[in-house]
Ligand binder design. Structure first.
Ligand SMILES: Nc1c(C(=O)O)ncn1[C@@H]1O[C@H](COP(=O)(O)O)[C@@H](O)[C@H]1O
Length: 167
């Protein structure tokens, strides 16, 4: 449903193979009711599409871009180079180097072109979705309330299960 409204968050990834990780970001956006779009865009394999996507993101109304990539993960940095919309980078866990390559490719941006880099893998993608919602929430009361409700619920769940041996 939220995918049909004008998207405020763009979730892009270098390959279809990144989806099982990036799905965690999309799950959070759906939970918070943030309109979003999802697309495979690669700096390496579809450089012209990447350029066009980043170039048009602002005029299309996107407020945040979440970019996930693995290995030589240039996508988040290259998108950030072409737009002033905040870009959140998710290092996808690679098989060869467990995602350390992805992390270092994304996090070590030169001064002047920031990428907000999250943790490697599923938790990083989840947090990217939450962070994007928190950015949108600055100007959207419904999303703000949804994020607050999520936090309250999360705290409650921990407090209600203090004994780690009991489910
Ligand atoms: N890092 C990038 C970029 C990019 O940075 O533009 N495009 C694809 N990839 C990554 O290559 C990995 C393997 O991709 P395949 O599974 O398609 O071979 C993926 O994790 C993808 O993000």
């Amino acid at each position: 449903m939220t995918e049909q409204q004008k998207p405020l968050v763009g979730v892009i990834m270098g390959s279809k193979s990144d989806w099982p990780t990036m799905k965690h970001a999309v799950d959070m956006l759906e939970q918070f009711g943030v309109p979003h779009e999802v697309k495979v865009v690669s700096a390496h394999r579809t450089p012209d599409l990447m350029f066009e996507y980043a170039d048009q993101a602002e005029e299309r109304g996107l407020q945040v871009i979440i970019a996930g990539a693995g290995g030589a993960a240039h996508l988040p940095g290259m998108v950030a180079a072409k737009t002033t919309i905040p870009v959140l980078g998710v290092p996808v866990q690679s098989r060869a180097l467990s995602g350390k390559d992805s992390l270092l490719s994304i996090v070590q941006m030169p001064g002047g072109i920031p990428v907000g880099t999250l943790a490697i893998g599923d938790a990083g993608a989840k947090n990217a979705g939450i962070l994007a919602a928190q950015i949108v929430a600055n100007q959207d009361a419904a999303v703000r309330e949804a994020v607050k409700a999520f936090r309250t619920q999360q705290t409650q769940t921990v407090l209600e299960h203090p004994d780690p041996r009991v489910d």
